[in-house]
Design a protein around this ligand. Structure first.
Ligand code: NAI
Length: 249
C-alpha cells in the first residue's frame, strides 16, 4: 500500500488557525509530522494545535506568528526554534485580501497586502531556510492563487503578490536545489473558507459556471496536494506550480 509517512519531520504552516492552513496542518499531522500551528492569536493557535493532537496523536504546537512585521516574525521564529527545533517543512499559507477597484486602491491597501503576502513570506522563509541548509533537507510549499495567473477585478494588489510568489518559488528552487531543499507552489482556485464566504452570491454563481468539475473546492482538496509535495513521492519535483482549481484554469 502506498501511503505518505512524514514521521520525524517538523512542519510549520503559516496562518493555520482556520481555512486552508488548518486543513494542511491536519493532513501533515495525519501523515505523522509534528506540526506547528501559527496565526495572529496565540490562544487560537494553541487550541487548534490541541484539536489536531487529539485527533492524530502526533505532537502539535501553537504559536503566534504575525506576518505583517519583520521583527515580530523573527522573535516568533526564534521562540519556535528554541521550543520545537528547526523546521523541515514550511508551508507559506497565510495571505490576506484587501479588494478595491484599482482607481480606488490606496497606497496603504497596496502595501498592507504586499507586507503580509510577499514580504512576510520572504522574511519567514529566510529564517527557516538556515536550519534546512544545515540539515540538507527541506520542503517549502508556497500558496498562491489562480488569480495570480488570470488576474481578477478588484484584486490588483492581491493578484500581484500571488503572481510574484511564482518568481519567488522558481528562483528559490534553483538556489536551494543543491542543498536538497525543494520549493514548489500550489495555486488554488475558489476554495470554501472565510476568505470567500462573504462574496456576493451572484459573483459566486458566475465563478461556479467556470469550474468544469462543477463545485467549489474544499480546504482538503489543497491539503492533499501539499501533503504529496512534502512526501518522498515528490522528491524529484522542484520549482513547479500545481493548480488545484477544478479545471477553471
Ligand atoms: P482565511 O482568511 O480563511 O485564512 C487565512 C489565514 O491567514 C488565517 O489563519 C489568518 O489568521 C492568517 N493571517 C491573516 N493575516 C495574517 C497576518 N498578518 N499574519 C499571520 N497570519 C495571518 O484564508 P484561506 O482561504 O484559508 O486562505 C489561505 C491561503 O490560500 C491564502 O494565502 C489565500 O490567499 C490562498 N488562497 C485562498 C483561496 C480561497 O478561495 N479561499 C483561493 C486561492 C488562494
Amino acid at each position: 500500500m502506498l501511503c505518505i509517512d512524514l514521521s520525524g519531520k517538523k512542519a510549520l504552516v503559516s496562518g493555520s488557525t482556520r481555512g486552508i492552513g488548518k486543513a494542511i496542518a491536519l493532513y501533515l499531522a495525519r501523515a505523522g509530522a509534528d506540526v506547528i500551528v501559527t496565526g495572529r492569536d496565540k490562544n487560537r493557535a494553541q487550541d487548534v494545535a490541541q484539536e489536531i493532537e487529539k485527533e492524530t496523536g502526533t505532537k502539535a504546537f501553537g504559536f503566534e506568528l504575525k506576518l505583517d512585521n519583520p521583527e515580530a516574525i523573527k522573535e516568533s521564529y526564534d521562540e519556535i526554534e528554541r521550543e520545537v527545533g528547526p523546521v523541515d517543512i514550511l508551508v507559506n499559507n497565510a495571505g490576506i485580501t484587501k479588494d478595491k477597484l484599482f482607481l480606488r486602491m490606496s497606497l496603504e491597501d497596496w502595501e498592507e497586502v504586499l507586507r503580509v503576502n510577499l514580504t512576510g513570506t520572504f522574511v519567514l522563509t529566510s529564517l527557516v531556510v538556515k536550519g534546512m541548509i544545515k540539515k540538507r533537507f527541506g520542503r517549502i510549499i508556497n500558496i498562491s492563487s489562480v488569480v495570480g495567473f488570470t488576474g481578477n477585478v478588484g484584486q490588483v494588489n492581491y493578484s500581484s503578490t500571488k503572481a510574484a510568489l511564482v518568481g519567488f518559488t522558481k528562483s528559490l528552487a534553483k538556489e536551494l536545489a543543491n542543498r536538497n531543499i525543494t520549493v514548489n507552489l500550489v495555486a488554488p482556485g475558489f476554495i470554501k473558507t472565510d476568505m470567500t464566504q462573504n462574496l456576493p452570491e451572484d459573483l459566486k454563481e458566475s465563478y461556479l459556471k467556470n469550474i468544469p468539475l462543477g463545485r467549489f473546492g474544499e480546504p482538503e482538496d489543497v491539503a492533499g496536494v501539499v501533503a504529496f509535495l512534502c512526501s518522498p513521492y515528490a522528491d524529484y519535483i522542484t520549482g513547479q506550480v500545481i493548480h488545484v482549481n477544478g479545471g477553471m484554469y
